[in-house]
Design a protein around this ligand. Structure first.
Ligand code: ZN
Length: 215
């Protein structure tokens, strides 16, 4: 696994890709229904939803949820259909794909970085497509463990890769601003498929590639 290819967010951004969709606009969300619910919450906590500062809040929150959950009706597989046939069988690793999601237990944000490594089996995907997959999977009510598994499964299925490794490091605001209140705590999850699961030294190698140089 020597000639590992790596990319940071800089090269991701430079890569040609589909235009960013106005995700909020393409996703069917019942905005008035969210607005009514937000008014209810404000009233229920003892606020006056009709005071000036709060008048626009329900509409604003509704648009925000449309954006935060824009991945709910999207299929991440779409981003994995266009691959390059390439006999490259070393590790492809993309580190530090930033993301933000919403925990489904509290509807509070969690955010951090995703690292994705895979060993192709004749199918190589554009690096920015990995970031697209992260975007779709994170923009829905989520738990970090499932998100990690989902990304790994998608790559395993669609690319037929020899190995897939997904590591997510995230900070959960439901842990930092409420409940146990542990600011700075990070939750790390990983999903290993194929050779990264079956072979201890391959797994050690990908973890070194992910963590080795800059931590
Ligand atoms: Zn939570």
């Amino acid at each position: 696994m020597k000639n590992s290819s790596k990319a940071d967010n800089g090269s991701l951004a430079l890569e040609e890709d589909d235009e960013l969709q106005d995700s909020a606009a393409t996703h069917e969300v019942d905005l008035p229904r969210i607005q009514r619910a937000v008014r209810e919450i404000l009233a229920a906590v003892g606020e006056d939803p009709d005071r000036e500062g709060l008048l626009e809040t329900p509409a604003r929150v509704a648009r925000m949820y449309a954006e935060l959950f824009s991945g709910l009706k999207q299929d991440a597989r779409e981003h994995l259909k266009k691959f390059i046939t390439e006999q490259y069988d070393e590790v492809v690793l993309v580190r530090d794909i930033s993301f933000n999601s919403v925990c489904e237990h509290h509807l509070l944000p969690f955010f951090g970085r995703v690292h994705i490594g895979y060993i192709p089996n004749g199918k190589v995907i554009g690096l920015s497509k990995l970031a697209r997959v992260v975007e779709v999977v994170s923009k829905r009510p989520q738990v970090q463990e499932r998100m990690t598994e989902d990304i790994a499964h998608l790559l395993e299925d669609e690319l037929d890769a020899k190995g897939v490794a997904v590591v997510i490091e995230a900070s959960h605001s439901c842990m930092t601003i409420r409940g146990v209140r542990k600011p700075g705590s990070m939750c790390v999850t990983s999903a290993m498929k194929g050779v990264f699961r079956s072979n201890v030294s391959s797994r050690a190698e990908i973890m070194t590639l992910i963590y080795g140089e800059h931590r």
